[in-house]
Design a protein around this ligand. Sequence first.
Ligand code: PMP
Ligand code: GLN
Length: 388
Amino acid sequence: MKPANELLSGIGTTIFTVMSALAVEHQSINLGQGFPDTDGPADVVQAAADALLDGRNQYPPMPGVPELRQAVAKANKRFYGLDVDWASEVVVTSGATEAITACLMAVLNPGDEVVLIEPLYDTYVPVVRMLGAIPRLVRLEPPDWALPHAALADAFGPATKAILLNSPMNPCGKVFNADELGFVAELVLHHDAYAICDEVYEHLTFGGKRHIPLMTLPGMRERTMRIGSAGKTFSLTGWKVGYVTSCRALASNVAKAHQNLTFTTAPNLQRAVAIGLAKDDAYFASLSRDMEAKRDRLADGLAALGLKVLPTDGSYFITTDFRSLGFNADDVAFCRHITEHAGVTAIPVSAFYDAPNPPNHYARFAFCKRPEVLDDAVARLKRHFGQG
Ligand code: PMP
Ligand code: GLN
């Protein structure tokens, strides 16, 4: 038989699925794949249930139901002062995952270069390559994950079509500050490029750090596609409702990509997410405050065990250096080992790199779990490493 698609045949199943399956097999506490273990707000879930029963279950409008597009436009104004025309500048997608692909499709032609920052989310590189474009990778180095200005400037050139920027960042929890974003914006402008901003953790920042959308910087409004996710903002990751905000011209292409990928997204979920986005400030404040408390709980527990815990200013995740436990094999071995022998699952950070020689002594732990689950995970690790 003729070979199937080479790129897809050449990549494995995503690390999140692999580690979750291993966690089930070993009945281990899954701090690997990032999903909360309690559902988001009951009124939002109830709204989705009610919406199923009131007779709007056929194809919704292709770019999204008006209620949700209006809510996304309002949220842009409320949180970031952005004026957005809901009818022409918002597209709803089936999760941020689809949004990332749709935004890349909206601007890339084969042969274009895309600047990507490692460590990176695992769909970025395969999708860029499937579109015939060329990833230009820039690496942030632990433990401080500082933006390497010279390397980033070198990655931009005449063939650069776009940068794909994730802030707050998965897996390392970096939240780009105003200076770093200013530097990125200058490069985007100088090279007449676009920015695709994966901001799924926009409402999950800690310690007074505020998320700043690149889109709010001078000159960026017309060049940026900003992606949000109801999964993260409402702790409902299975819903897969994403939204893109951009200028009209880009939104038109994002919508055409969406039209050819999934065409529409479940209407009841869209209508419920519209209700979620209209929630009062107390909801958004408690979302980040509660998550920050979980971060601290897990970070303190892991640090007390002797793991070196790197700082995390946003997202669901903590990165740890496990060499201090005396574990000398690599991160894949460590994550398997603790799943099989300690009953706790984490994700090897090397999975977030495409270029050769990634750092291989870091494990990512998700803290978006109930406090007692986090405590149990720490107790299990303690027992295993001989301290409990
Ligand atoms: N981007 C990042 C950085 C993520 O961590 C995730 C995780 N789910 C996604 C995109 C995908 O979001 P969604 O579930 O809305 O597709
Ligand atoms: N974003 C989640 C994580 O990083 C996983 C999403 C997925 O499983 N594709 O853990």
